[in-house]
Design a protein around this ligand. Sequence first.
Ligand SMILES: Nc1ncnc2c1ncn2[C@@H]1O[C@H](COP(=O)(O)OP(=O)(O)OP(=O)(O)O)[C@@H](O)[C@H]1O
Length: 303
Amino acid sequence: MDERLDGMTTDEAVRVRGLVKRYPDKVAVNGVDLDIHRGEVFALLGPNGAGKTTTVEILEGYRRADLGEVTVLGVDPARGDRHWRARLGIVSQTSRDEAELSVAELVNHFAGYYPAPRDPDEVIAAVGLDEKRRTRTRKLSGGQRRRLDVALGVIGNPELLFLDEPTTGFDPEARRQFWALIENLRTEGTTILLTTHYLDEAEHLADRVGVIADGQMVEVGTPETLGGRGARTARVSWLSPDGMREVRTDEPTAEVARLMAQYGGEVPELEVRRPSLEDIYLELIGRPAVAAEPTSLTAGAVR
Ligand SMILES: Nc1ncnc2c1ncn2[C@@H]1O[C@H](COP(=O)(O)OP(=O)(O)OP(=O)(O)O)[C@@H](O)[C@H]1O
């Protein structure tokens, strides 16, 4: 059913219908529909050049749509005023350049732009920059600079936070710390739109993910069910005397029971696996992760 028929604005944080954006030699966004519910973390996934940043920049009011309806916090971004803008937090791919200010000076400075900012000291601590408070921003490492970007994105206490590839350049510990920060923001009710190339990040953080390819939304779903993931055939693998074996089956428990009986107990290197989010993602964008494997339910050697 066409939701437009009801003629009402729903209480979505973001509502997009039929979005089109053309550049002179490229249709970057080609009919995208998107709903982001208030309070959810939504991850937009897609290969380089798929149209993610263009879509996000239209939502932020930095680019104009050629066609389609776009509503962000109840407002058309093309008409958003500074009150509307103050309700958004933006962490874009390019950093601002205020090299001579210290971390604390910059965060305090930006807090002054907003009607109800967060406490700058708390924000600096939350992004893990406490020890760099007095450091000039030009002396920060790439990952520290990115944390500062995140601090500047959340200092205004936004209702809706845009994060465009926020953890690029983070070491694993910094990424975990960032994830905890996002989880806290979500608990506080912040709506978050995240673009990322890290499937584990989307899986960890997102309530729902949307996969965009060639300017079109290929699928939207939860990380657990995207592309029918939850219902997909399982793979049971183990080490037999002849090498690794694998069986694809809809009844992995029965297969494991059969193997236990066969081996009289412990089955060497037993593993039961369903497709990962990455497998599903690669399939959706038309790039299967591995060459086609035999689909029969009989055991076959794999390497
Ligand atoms: N200002 C521009 N002028 C012309 N073409 C552009 C412009 N910005 C983006 N494009 C093109 O539009 C397409 C979509 O780009 P976009 O930046 O939205 O992709 P993306 O999904 O964010 O990619 P990435 O993952 O690499 O950031 C690409 O083919 C890109 O080359």
